[in-house]
Ligand binder design. Structure first.
Ligand code: HPA
Ligand SMILES: [Zn+2]
Length: 335
């Protein structure tokens, strides 16, 4: 099944570029920028990746980000990710970045954006991987700060396709950001939000009704609310599910108890994603491999998840059809 997954054409729709920062590259860039990391070695840093909840991870994630200083750093980070996913037959990526995580420590919005964007453009030219950039608001900060961030983005609509919401979920419901998301919609950005990773099903309703999202990032706690499940299924609202993230952050206690099969049985449009692969133990194919047993190692089921990733992407209908046809012909040749 590993080789079937490896060759399957697929898209990644839930990926924080700062979460692809591998310890080896972090040490290299720290040295280049004259920064001393609070860890002795790559191994010591790896050992710190032991999380009981989302906040444990976020503390380390924001610390790692401090190393990113120059446009070249953001380029190198993004390029390393593209080389990985190119080897995994990923055909399209929509990646998050956290501008406030950089601007608040004196790194300009444009430094981060231009570095990420030019690497993605180079990846499209060299590997044919198409892309979109989604900027996320940090929900532990206030809505004014998010408004300022949106203001910065308006000059870069050619590079940013959407707006999302991430960071510490509990106590920071989507309703806190209703105004800034209304403005982002007016400005024509696509809208997504993390909801129901740790937070209650109520936060998923808020993301749908108040932010008017086009996809839900995670959405695990919808499983506790049959009426919400029915609605998500009726609307075919895509969920960007992240299996290795879920076990690493203890959202799910064990992969064998992952809700993916129940989500599919409920008729949800589920996609598989890696979230923060440098921290959670695997890139996109490893996430497909992690859930393959749960869907009976059935090639059609795996192919359906890949097709869902194209259906849920912010690309044209013609592109979706072309990419889905690639999945169908791959399945036909490899059944
Ligand atoms: O998994 C996540 N959840 C919330 N915020 C995040 N920021 C990076 N990764 C995550
Ligand atoms: Zn995420």
């Amino acid at each position: 099944m590993k080789s079937f997954i490896a060759g399957l054409p697929k898209a990644e729709l839930h990926l924080h570029i700062e979460g692809t920062f591998e310890p080896e590259l972090m040490f290299k860039l720290a040295e280049r920028n004259g920064i001393t990391l609070p860890y002795e070695s790559v191994e010591a840093l790896h050992k710190a990746y032991d999380f009981n909840q989302l906040q444990d991870f976020l503390d380390i994630y924001y610390q790692g980000m401090n190393v990113l200083q120059t446009e070249q750093d953001f380029y190198d980070l993004t390029w390393a990710y593209l080389e990985k996913v190119n080897a995994e037959n990923v055909r399209h990526v929509e990646i998050f970045f956290d501008p406030q995580g950089h601007v608040d420590r004196g790194v300009a919005f444009e430094t981060a954006l231009n570095g990420i964007h030019s690497a993605l453009q180079a990846g499209q030219d060299k590997f044919g991987i198409t892309f979109g950039i989604i900027m996320c608001f940090l929900r532990h900060l206030d809505e004014d700060d998010a408004f300022k961030t949106l203001e910065s983005a308006l000059a870069h609509k050619d590079k940013i396709i959407g707006v999302g919401l991430d960071s510490s979920e509990m106590g920071h419901p989507p309703s806190k950001f209703q105004g800034v998301f209304a403005k982002a919609r007016e400005e024509g950005f696509h809208i997504v939000a993390h909801a129901g990773e740790e937070g209650p099903a109520e936060y998923i309703y808020e993301a749908l009704d108040l932010l008017k999202v086009e996809r839900i990032d995670h959405g695990n706690t919808s499983m506790r609310d049959p009426a919400l499940l029915k609605r998500l299924s009726d609307e075919q609202m895509p969920l960007t599910v992240c299996p290795l993230s879920n076990t690493k952050l203890c959202v799910v206690d064990d992969m064998k108890n992952h809700p993916l099969p129940n989500m599919l049985a409920a008729g949800l449009k589920v996609t598989i994603n890696s979230d923060d692969p440098a921290y959670f133990g695997g890139y996109l194919n490893a996430n497909y491999e992690a859930i393959s047993d749960l869907i009976n190692n059935d090639k059609e089921n795996l192919a359906q998840l890949a097709k869902n990733s194209f259906d849920a992407a912010f690309i044209s209908v013609a592109e979706k059809q072309r990419l889905n046809a690639d999945v169908d012909s791959y399945l036909a040749k490899n059944s």
